[in-house]
Design a binder for this molecule. Structure first.
Ligand code: ZN
Length: 412
């Protein structure tokens, strides 16, 4: 549970661990029981009163949960009530917790609307309008935004859907997994390949590795000049990592380019793309500059804005987003015509559209999972040290002890 109004940005101060489930030892039934208990807790927090009965309706009494019975009906936090802001997590978490029938890997690839990932041969031609590759405010799939009733009709009912105020739009998009670990790395890889292709005028050098070396030196100098310590690994700029002859889209490990390094690298990418577009000015140079500068514009708006964008800041965000989508789609079409697996157009770019248009101008930066990943790292360390059979309980207790010691001021 995240406390968005807590003053400190430390994960221990702003995040409360409610449960820890081992994917290996926790089956569907136990997971559902735990989720029912968590939902019940949130329901009580929203009501503002300690409950009279357990999650399954059994009344507290002198004989059953005496401590709970004593406080039943009293206010939990004086005049305050809990309020559901949203549910955050990566794809795997959302799939496990909410069980959406529409998902990234399916034909109906979006749990926010009826966008399609592909069409079958002989399909109704009108279906093509609903492909996720269409974008912008007038795209046909924007007329199919999911409602609460539709969500409940097409999905298995997760217990979390019973928390007061829940709706599919409470599942918050995560900038880190969408942009910094997927869309921006795709753009970076594709630009590095495009710029180091043989018979191009961008860089000198007899081999691709030599040309990539020039780009690496430029990147390193940029980082030193800007005092950037979070950097991509040297081996990102190598044939071994970029695999130019592969017939699949290249994916790179976070060890080579992690999310924070990617964030900074967007700014370097934009400066190089802009430079090449100014000097050479071909159509594809302009598109590459559009992609990189669009991503940079979105970063700047997120960094400069508070929890919500002002209308003018949001307009800049939208322009950056449209520039990115238009540029990457043109480059993807070009890459297909050349038979090159570059400029991957993923359903994640469609989810980014929802993040831009459908979350009431909430700043993407405040919905991203950076600090949560830090919490997960701490929890994983504890889980590795715990006895596998009782990992959930041990981790929960240890985390509670660590948090309590910190809150009581006994440890820093
Ligand atoms: Zn959608």
């Amino acid at each position: 549970m995240i406390l968005p109004l807590a003053s400190s940005s430390s994960t221990m101060d702003t995040r409360i661990m409610l449960s820890c489930m081992s994917a290996t030892y926790c089956n569907h039934l136990s997971r559902r029981k735990i989720l029912e208990a968590i939902t019940w807790s949130f329901q009580c927090l929203c009501d503002g009163f300690f409950p009279q009965a357990d999650p399954w309706g059994k009344k507290f009494s002198q004989e059953y949960c005496k401590d709970r019975w004593r406080v039943a009906g009293q206010r939990i936090a004086g005049p305050f009530h809990g309020c559901l802001e949203g549910i955050q997590g990566d794809q795997d978490y959302i799939r496990t917790m909410m069980s959406p029938s529409r998902f990234f890997s399916r034909q109906l690839c979006c749990y926010y609307c009826r966008a399609l990932a592909w069409n079958y041969v002989g399909h109704d031609p009108r279906e093509s309008e609903f492909l996720y590759t269409n974008f912008g405010v007038n795209a046909a799939h924007r007329t199919t935004l999911v409602t609460l009733d539709e969500w409940l009709a097409v999905n298995t009912h997760s217990p979390l859907c019973s928390v007061p105020g829940w709706s599919p739009w409470r599942i918050l998009p995560d900038q880190m997994h969408l942009v910094h670990l997927a869309l921006a790395p795709d753009a970076i890889i594709s630009c590095l390949l495009d710029w180091s292709d043989p018979n191009t005028q961008y860089l000198h050098g007899s081999s691709r590795d030599a040309r990539l070396q020039t780009l690496w030196e430029n990147y390193r100098a940029y980082c030193e000049d800007q005092s950037i310590t979070e950097r991509a690994q040297r081996r990102l700029f190598s044939v071994q990592t970029l695999k130019p002859d592969s017939d699949k889209f290249v994916e790179i490990s976070q060890k080579i380019l992690n999310a924070s390094a990617c964030r900074y690298m967007i700014f370097w990418l934009a400066s190089v793309a802009q430079h090449f577009a100014t000097i050479y000015g071909s159509v594809s140079d302009m598109y590459r500059a559009g992609v990189a500068c669009g991503l940079r514009e979105m970063e700047i708006v997120c960094l400069e804005s508070g929890r919500r964008y002002s209308l003018s800041a949001w307009k800049r965000l939208e322009e950056g987003y449209l520039c990115y989508r238009a540029g990457s789609l043109h480059l993807a079409n070009l890459a297909v015509s050349l038979g090159q697996p570059r400029w991957h157009v993923r359903p994640k770019s469609h989810y980014l559209e929802h993040a831009v248009y459908d979350f009431e101008r909430k700043n993407l930066r405040y919905m991203s999972n950076y600090l949560d990943e830090d919490m997960i790292r701490r929890i994983k360390r504890m889980a590795c040290a715990a006895t596998p059979r009782y990992a959930s309980k041990h981790v929960l207790f240890r985390y509670a002890v660590a948090a309590t010691l910190r809150w009581s001021g006994m440890i820093e």
